[in-house]
Design a protein around this ligand. Structure first.
Ligand SMILES: [Fe+2]
Length: 131
């Protein structure tokens, strides 16, 4: 998965199939910036996803100290990327808990969990699924 952001409009574009084939994206004639996880100077404990597996459920909370979910500062999305590149996503809204639960029945290997904060950007944590 790759994410690109247009800093003029705030638009974010997801590339969820063959991301390795995409090197750049242009939005409204302007090259978008590829988002890199964990490059913003902000509180790690409020942004790095805290991931807990209970059987077939993978619970993601942002972060180990819950991130604010205010209209001016919130977690917009949480993504789960499987080793073969499949991506699941949950969209969040201000006032909700910064939590997503994914069904990982039959899945194995190392998954990547991403979250996007509207002020502090993209964050990621890799997790090995247990059987
Ligand atoms: Fe934040």
């Amino acid at each position: 998965m790759k994410l690109f952001k247009d800093d003029t409009t705030g638009a974010i574009v997801e590339v969820v199939l063959a991301p390795e084939a995409v090197q750049e994206i242009t939005i409204n004639g302007t090259p978008a910036r590829e988002l890199q996880a964990g490059t913003t100077d902000a509180a790690q404990e409020k942004h790095v996803p805290a991931v807990m597996q209970a059987g077939d459920e993978l619970k993601v909370q942002v972060g180990s100290v819950a991130h604010p979910m205010l209209p001016e500062h919130w977690i917009t999305n949480i993504w789960l990327e499987y080793p073969d590149g499949r991506v699941e996503k949950k969209t969040l809204h201000p006032g909700e808990e910064p939590v997503a639960v994914f069904d990982v029945t039959g899945e194995e290997g190392t998954v990547s969990v991403y979250e996007y904060c509207n002020l502090h950007g993209l964050w990621k944590k890799d997790v090995e699924l247990s059987k």
